[in-house]
Write a protein that binds this ligand. Structure first.
Ligand code: SF4
Length: 168
């Protein structure tokens, strides 16, 4: 397997992308074209930088301050094979994993039936913040999301109970 991922950037010790101190990986590449997107430079699938995942993983595991990892974007789902590989390694180390996507959870449940990488990524994450950014539903007071249509979903419980468990 090609052990690289195309990233738009990294936040090394973030306190605003999920609970606790987290490493945030911003995926390069997104198809959703949400009006008012904060990161339009992350849309191109040719931009950003190609990085070695084993080095990224080691660097996280070497930092005892980090309580979790967040995959943001861009859209990490477009590189599900790479983010699934990293999610598996971080889960093994008991780190808490959040992922942002412009897809809805319902759409991902449909896609995971045919796409093993999406299935593996969902099976190794704790929380998904789903849905496109909708400028008409924008609210700056929301915690960890940009518009009211987006949901903070407990993925483990949702997959276990077969119901979407929204926690924020
Ligand atoms: S999903 Fe995120 S990165 Fe993609 S266009 Fe929408 S707001 Fe921007």
């Amino acid at each position: 397997m090609n052990k690289t991922v195309r990233l738009a950037g990294i936040a090394y010790e973030s306190l605003v992308n999920g609970p606790g101190m987290r490493r945030v990986f911003f995926a390069q590449g997104c198809k959703h074209k949400c009006e008012g997107c904060f990161n339009p430079e992350t849309h191109s699938f040719d931009g950003g930088e190609i990085m070695d995942m084993d080095k990224l993983i080691k660097d996280v595991l070497d930092n005892p301050m980090l309580k979790g990892v967040t995959f943001s974007g861009g859209d990490p789902i477009e590189q599900a094979h790479s983010f699934a590989y990293m999610a598996k390694a971080f889960k093994k180390a008991n780190l808490n994993i959040w992922c942002y996507t412009g897809y809805t959870f319902e759409k991902l449940l449909e896609l995971m039936k045919k796409n093993e990488n999406i299935r593996m990524l969902l099976n190794n994450m704790d929380v998904l913040v789903d849905g496109r950014f909708e400028i008409m539903n924008r609210n700056e007071e929301l915690k960890f999301k940009g518009s009211t249509n987006q949901r903070i979903i407990d993925v483990k419980k949702s997959l276990e109970y077969g119901n979407i468990i929204v926690i924020g």
